[in-house]
Design a binder for this molecule. Structure first.
Ligand code: HEC
Ligand code: HEC
Ligand code: HEC
Ligand code: HEC
Ligand code: HEC
Ligand code: HEC
Ligand code: HEC
Ligand code: HEC
Length: 361
């Protein structure tokens, strides 16, 4: 009799211990937990939870350990074991020293395999077939990454396969050609961390373009003077060539890009318009009106877009229509001039997108 009680006791301890341990893993993977030691509510070192909250990935439900450990549940555990030393480091260093450490993360802090796993098809497939990915029950599901299967995941989020697409976000740019030819190019060479830990004080577009021009002065490919070779979407908008939207060329379609973008460092502003239009201040006001109007419209279309996406996720038969609308909406976003490059036409594009999204509500 006594023996039985003992055995039951041990079984209960093991079961509670097991569930308890699993719960500890769940708990210590939450952003709220990371915030204990990465607590700042501003961009910069130790503000990583705050900046993540403002990132495009957070909006898509992608959390810390989806990026900060390689795909596969064993790498998730590996990362947890490595992190065991962090509390000691935290306690034995001053805040200044800790900030300094954060300013120089190791090359393995965010492994490229995780980025490729979500953002490509071939790598995802090959990796899944050669690695142990996940444990069988839902209770032992620790993060999203280990369950990502492409192209399904990618398509559900309206993403392109970066290694196959030659047009990304409105740019003529081949990831595969560049990544395969240059060993020293990592995702963060060009993307810094604006997609995960955005800092609104930094002009990322300017920083990225400076990376391109390190090579594109002498190493072949388009030179900095050949704007339209890279800037596909701006060019297509100016000449009303976006698929699925009829319209007219911009009134100023005969101008070259550098007629307005004369300086490499400074964006054109009111004075640019006024100077070329014989000092007429009215044209400065026109610029402000155009930008305000399109910003307003983008906010409105953005709301319809989010609603339509939610519908398309539930009802697969709506996906084709949704992607069509998404392409139009993102075309205007990616142009980034808020309508200046062809005001009438950009309104037409947004009309089309609104119509598609509204029909889905
Ligand atoms: C979409 C991927 C992604 C997600 C999600 C993400 N990070 Fe990061 N994180 C990065 C990248 C990329 C870097 C930069 C690494 C480098 O420079 O090599 C980074 C850097 C860091 C660093 C190093 C210090 C620094 O500021 O560069 C810390 C700490 C960090 N992240 C914590 C977090 C925490 C905590 C979360 C969740 C609240 C999180 N990250 C979510 C991609 C991500
Ligand atoms: C107990 C405090 C503590 C907690 C909790 C904590 N960290 Fe950290 N973290 C640190 C310290 C200290 C460092 C610097 C250690 C180093 O560079 O060796 C660090 C560094 C990092 C780095 C950079 C690693 C590198 O290779 O440079 C990342 C990424 C990171 N933490 C992510 C996270 C995530 C994600 C969480 C939540 C799941 C988290 N941390 C929770 C203390 C903590
Ligand atoms: C778990 C899957 C996952 C991982 C891991 C991941 N991403 Fe993403 N990424 C996404 C999704 C989903 C989106 C689209 C979010 C949206 O538009 O709603 C996205 C968007 C992006 C974008 C586009 C942002 C924009 O402005 O449109 C970039 C750039 C990006 N990711 C780079 C990276 C890099 C670099 C890494 C590795 C450090 C990474 N991602 C890791 C799923 C992932
Ligand atoms: C040599 C520079 C460079 C490198 C290295 C690079 N990218 Fe990009 N990436 C770009 C450019 C340029 C764009 C288009 C402009 C933009 O989005 O700002 C882009 C766009 C993207 C997008 C948006 C795609 C879309 O459909 O909207 C994703 C996602 C992305 N990159 C992921 C990655 C990942 C993951 C890595 C690492 C495996 C990586 N990139 C490495 C330059 C680079
Ligand atoms: C490490 C050097 C390097 C960096 C950085 C780099 N490129 Fe390139 N790129 C090249 C080289 C070299 C070629 C020529 C390849 C060829 O001709 O086969 C090229 C080719 C191209 C092409 C195709 C040219 C054509 O005529 O088909 C485009 C477009 C391009 N790069 C855009 C970019 C953009 C945009 C960036 C920045 C986000 C960038 N590159 C960053 C070296 C680089
Ligand atoms: C080698 C490819 C390439 C060429 C050629 C090129 N650009 Fe860019 N440019 C880029 C990339 C990549 C970015 C950053 C994309 C992003 O994140 O939005 C960029 C960003 C910009 C920006 C916004 C950043 C800022 O400065 O504030 C402007 C404006 C711009 N380019 C204008 C031009 C003009 C005008 C020309 C021709 C004189 C030109 N570009 C030629 C690739 C190129
Ligand atoms: C009639 C003048 C004009 C012409 C022509 C023009 N742009 Fe622009 N562009 C602007 C103005 C004004 C802005 C908006 C600046 C702002 O946001 O305040 C802008 C914005 C941009 C941006 C986004 C900058 C950012 O904030 O990241 C890019 C990139 C760009 N232009 C590239 C081009 C390219 C490439 C061409 C040629 C195909 C071109 N532009 C032709 C006036 C012009
Ligand atoms: C390099 C010279 C130049 C610059 C810079 C310039 N424009 Fe123009 N703009 C022109 C020319 C040329 C026309 C065509 C005139 C025509 O056909 O009547 C024109 C036509 C226009 C028109 C339609 C015709 C009219 O008179 O109403 C508007 C509106 C306009 N520009 C606004 C702007 C704004 C806003 C900016 C600043 C972003 C700007 N322009 C910058 C040269 C310029």
């Amino acid at each position: 009799m006594k023996k039985k009680v003992w055995i039951w006791g041990i079984i209960i301890i093991i079961v509670v211990g097991f569930f308890g341990t699993v719960e500890i893993f769940h708990f210590t993977s939450e952003p709220e937990f990371c915030a204990i030691c990465h607590p700042k509510r501003e961009p910069g070192p130790n503000g990583e939870v705050y900046t993540w909250e403002h990132s495009i990935h957070a909006k898509a439900g992608i959390t810390c350990l989806d990026c900060h450990a390689k795909p596969g549940v064993l790498y998730y555990f590996e990362r947890k074991i490595i992190a065991v030393k962090d509390p000691i480091t935290q306690l034995t260093h001053s805040q200044k020293e800790l900030d300094e450490m954060m300013a120089h993360p190791s090359a393995e802090a965010a492994p490229e395999q995780s980025c490729l796993f979500c953002h490509t098809d071939d790598f995802n497939k090959k990796y899944r077939s050669t690695h142990f990915m996940s444990l069988p029950t839902k209770f032992l599901r620790f993060r999203n990454l280990d369950y990502v299967v492409n192209p399904q995941f990618r398509e559900a989020h309206g993403l392109k396969d970066i290694m196959k697409a030659d047009h990304v976000a409105g740019y003529y740019f081949s990831h595969s050609e560049h990544m395969e030819n240059f060993d020293n190019l990592r995702c963060t060479t060009c993307h810094f961390n604006e997609f995960a830990h955005p800092d609104n004080r930094i002009n990322y577009a300017y920083k990225m373009k400076m990376v391109c021009f390190k090579c594109h002065k002498e190493e072949g490919g388009p030179k900095d003077s050949n704007c339209v070779k890279c800037h596909v979407v701006q060019n297509e908008i100016r000449h009303a060539k976006i698929k699925g939207a009829e319209g007219d060329e911009d009134v100023m379609a005969d101008l070259g890009c550098d007629d307005c973008h004369a300086s490499f460092k400074k964006l054109p502003g009111k004075q640019t318009c006024i100077d070329c239009h014989d000092g007429d201040k009215k044209f400065g006001e026109t610029l402000v009106q155009w930008k305000n109007k399109i910003k307003e419209r983008l906010a409105k279309t953005g709301k319809l877009y989010e609603k339509a996406r939610a519908k398309a996720e539930k009802d697969k038969s709506l996906q084709k229509k949704f992607f069509e609308g998404e392409r139009l909406y993102k075309t205007v976003l990616n142009d980034k001039s808020f309508g200046v490059h062809n005001f009438e036409y950009v309104n037409t594009i947004l009309d089309k997108a609104d119509k598609i999204f509204s029909a889905m509500q």
